[in-house]
Ligand binder design. Structure first.
Ligand SMILES: [Zn+2]
Length: 184
């Protein structure tokens, strides 16, 4: 076995993830911290209802790990170096895929993600839990929407409104596909 191969094996051993422990500790509800390269995955986790923070660009690796530990969040990253930080392995899940469907296919069985847990219960922009829209906020929508949609939710943090329009319906279909194990 060549030296290079040994180095690779040693590195893989050092960055091993402790998925069982992560799942056990977060038995009731997983909460996530996505690094800045996984913004899209973070938005989809929010769409499914998971409490998910997305790191700002250029956040230091150590700061990310510290945040995951303090908040008791699962840190999702593609950065292998990050996993070598002390205590990171107990809080970090290393992802290898690039495309969103592949990322989803990867984490769904590993972490037991339920894509239909509480869909569209959180703001996709800021992660705040949504509430039924108050009348003043509802009044901003066009009459055609108000006539056809019964449930309209509101983010009190960023004032965004959510309802089952075409975009949300398409996202729901994708969540349902993922939940059914279809990651194509
Ligand atoms: Zn918001």
């Amino acid at each position: 076995m060549g030296l290079r191969r040994i180095r690779v094996l040693f590195r893989d051993w050092r960055v091993r993830e402790e998925i069982d422990e992560i799942r056990h500790r977060h038995d009731r509800e997983l909460r996530f911290l996505c690094d800045a390269m996984l913004v899209q995955l973070g938005h989809w986790l929010r769409a499914a209802g998971y409490d998910t923070l997305i790191a700002a660009q250029r956040t230091a690796d150590r700061a990310l790990v510290a945040r995951a530990i303090i908040d008791d969040r699962v840190l999702l990253t593609r950065d292998r170096k990050l996993c070598e930080i002390r205590d990171a392995g107990r809080h970090t899940v290393l992802l290898r895929s690039q495309r969103i469907d592949e990322l989803v296919a990867d984490i769904t069985p590993r972490l037991g993600i339920d894509w239909l847990a509480r869909p569209f219960s959180r703001c996709l922009v800021c992660n705040t839990e949504l509430r039924p829209a108050p009348p003043l906020a509802r009044s901003r929508l066009p009459p055609a929407v108000l006539e056809t949609v019964s449930e309209i939710n509101h983010c009190r943090q960023c004032d965004k409104l959510y309802w089952a329009g075409g975009h949300v319906r398409r996202m729901m279909q994708r969540l349902a596909r993922w939940q059914a194990g279809d990651f194509t």
